[in-house]
Design a protein around this ligand. Structure first.
Ligand code: ADP
Length: 159
């Protein structure tokens, strides 16, 4: 039987403990999860692609079923290229739901039946977003409760 592959797409600018919890909880559902940074040339990021990839690779270095990658263009085209039939996304609140619902319906149509699987974030992580983390970093604040240890250390060293 073909392997069940899921793509978890995002900007991961930077990856947070909320993302990591979601990915780890999804491991039993799939054979492999590809954590993939979607590169949008119109968007500006706080951290370079190289930095974000390096952090992701470090975070998942001991997880044999989790792979790290990046892609340009439509997420569904990337999924089809890999043979991944599932997208993984997280839902923190109603705003996430409204946004994700439309995207997942579109992806199902344009991606030839790609299913988006949603996991609800744990309550202790539902207030965490990369946007908030970036704001705290820009204000020289402490994000060690929101990002993995290695990232917190790198940020501290660069202050
Ligand atoms: P994007 O730029 O596509 O919004 P993100 O990196 O911000 O990418 O998020 C990727 C996915 O991770 C989204 O589905 C988002 O809902 C989910 N996510 C983000 N933060 C959390 C969190 N704290 N708990 C659970 N899921 C989260």
């Amino acid at each position: 039987m073909a392997k069940k592959l899921a793509v978890f797409p995002g900007s991961f600018d930077p990856i947070t403990v909320g993302h990591i919890d979601l990915i780890k909880r999804a491991i039993p559902l799939f054979d492999e999860i590809i954590v993939a940074i979607g590169v949008n040339n119109q968007k500006s990021y706080l951290f370079s692609l190289e930095q974000r990839l390096q952090w992701l690779n470090k975070v998942f270095e001991n997880d044999s079923n989790i792979y790290v990658d990046h892609f340009e263009g439509l997420t569904v085209n990337y999924c089809n290229k890999l043979g991944a039939k599932y997208l993984l996304r997280g839902l923190r609140n109603a705003a996430d739901f409204d946004y994700e619902k439309t995207i997942s319906q579109l992806n199902f149509i344009i991606g030839n039946d790609i299913e988006t699987v949603f996991l609800i974030s744990k309550p202790e992580y539902s207030h965490i977003s990369s946007t908030i983390v970036r704001e705290i970093i820009k204000g020289q604040g402490d994000v060690s409760k929101f990002v993995p240890e290695n990232i917190a250390k790198d940020l501290e060293n660069n202050k």
